[in-house]
Design a binder for this molecule. Structure first.
Ligand code: HEM
Length: 417
């Protein structure tokens, strides 16, 4: 396939991607963008949408994640974790509470290394039984209903309960954590987060979480338990308390909305292509492959942002030093040069190395956990929900273009097994 190497401006296309009116199906726009795999926008931002180019640049040390955007400087706003964690709080807190997703080596590697030591495969595998328990409980509550909203009734509460358990938030405080997660998620809505009232609420929310975590860290140091916060708080090469709080909030935020979207997009896809739902019901061992294909076909994270540290020649152009760079992961996942027939949902796809969890140094810490949650959730839903059908297709979407997913997924039910 022939692609033009010339730096054609794609600004109107990226503006259309940000437009909530195109949230239900951004894929034709991505296909247009991919015609120029690294495209300069009119504001000087570079959008990378080709798989080969993105796979190379995401591991390139000349590209930095230390890109906490100056809101005056960058026009695009889909920087969800920044908007949640950074923009709403005062400058000095902002500087101290910077999560490692926005840091470069060596700080990034030190902090991430400490988290990875706690996220042991045994601990993550150990979450399967708890995830099943929470799933069974949430599905049990659907009994007697003829209609549910999968987002509010299932996909939303599951990941936050799982992450509370892992972090070691006592069960009696979980409801409060749900509330904070919900408040922080409102900051993801571009039409709300700019307003002063939402920013003030988010600042209060962040400060409440920080105070709460500070108290919890103290308790964990006094009386460590089998949980991630205890491990981090008592690590001999430990983090300071600012980093500890930023890390705990990062785990909450990065692991929440994303997993909600994977489960909801998953069910939506299985209902759109019922033969795959039927197959999963009959063959639960298909789940891992089906979830990898979902991460390619309907990824929860559509793009991530970076900054070029130096001039970088790529795909026939040069990304100049200091230019903001957008990695359009969801477009690369449908690049026909890498994935034959990319718009087809095919769990049997061989060599499915998608970019749904990113790549390089910042590859998702929670990938093994997210896979377990999605497997347990989707297998349980297709097995237990009887006579289930979509009430509206497409469903209403959250306005966010980066963390993209339905706000509601209303389903009609005939029963629950
Ligand atoms: C990073 C996707 C679930 C924690 C990332 C990145 C992506 C991603 C694309 C790369 C960010 C970048 O390159 O800037 C997802 C998806 C998930 C998911 C699609 C669910 C389906 C989780 C969960 C957790 C988690 C459950 C934790 C409990 C993190 C953290 C990072 C990260 C801490 C930052 C890693 C670093 O900067 O080194 N995730 N994630 N994620 N994710 Fe996930």
């Amino acid at each position: 396939m022939c692609r033009s190497p010339s730096p054609v401006s794609g600004s109107t296309l990226f503006d259309q991607i940000l437009d909530p009116a195109n949230r239900a199906n951004p894929y034709p726009l991505y296909a247009e963008l991919r015609k120029v795999p690294v495209a300069r926008q009119e504001d000087g931002t570079y959008v990378v949408s080709g798989h080969a180019e993105l796979a190379r640049l995401i591991s390139d040390p000349r590209i930095s994640s230390d890109d906490l955007p100056d809101p005056q400087k960058f026009r695009w706003t889909g920087h969800p974790v920044t908007d949640l964690l950074v923009r709403p709080v005062r400058a000095e807190i902002r500087k101290r509470h910077r999560p490692f997703i926005f840091r470069d080596p060596p700080d990034h590697d030190r902090l991430r290394g400490q988290v990875m030591r706690c996220f042991t495969p045994e601990r993550v595998r150990g979450m399967r039984a708890k995830t099943q328990e929470i799933t069974d409980d949430l599905i049990g509550k659907m009994r007697g209903k003829t209609q549910i909203d999968l987002v509010d009734d299932f996909s939303y509460p599951l990941p936050v309960t799982v992450i509370c358990e892992l972090l070691g938030v006592p069960p009696e405080d979980e409801a409060q954590f749900h509330g904070w997660a919900t408040q922080l998620a409102t900051a993801l809505e571009p039409n709300q987060r700019g307003d002063a009232e939402t920013q003030a609420k988010n600042e209060v929310c962040f400060n409440e979480i920080a105070d709460y975590l500070q108290g919890l860290i103290k308790e964990k140091r006094k009386d460590p338990q089998q949980d991630i916060l205890s491990d981090l708080a008592t690590d001999k090469e430990g983090m300071n308390d600012f980093d500890l709080i930023a890390t705990a909030v990062l785990l909450l935020v990065a692991g929440h909305e994303t997993t909600v979207n994977l489960i909801t997009n998953g069910m939506l896809t299985l209902l759109r292509f019922p033969e795959h739902g039927e197959r999963l019901r009959a063959e639960p061992d298909l789940a891992p492959r089906l979830i990898e294909e979902l991460l390619r076909y309907e990824p929860p994270v559509h793009y991530r942002t970076r900054v070029a540290l130096t001039d970088i020649p790529v795909a026939g152009i040069t990304i100049p030093k200091d230019a903001p760079v957008i990695f359009l992961l969801a477009a690369a996942n449908r690049d026909p040069i890498r994935f034959p027939d990319p718009d087809r949902f095919d769990p049997d796809r061989p060599d499915n190395r998608h970019l749904g969890f990113g790549g390089g140094l910042h590859y998702c810490v929670g990938a093994p956990l997210a896979r377990i949650e999605a497997e347990v959730a989707l297998v349980s839903l297709v097995r237990r929900l009887k006579g289930v059908s979509l009430i509206e297709d497409p469903p209403p979407y959250r306005p966010g273009a980066s963390l993209r997913g339905p706000r509601h997924l209303r389903l009609a039910l005939e029963g629950v097994a």
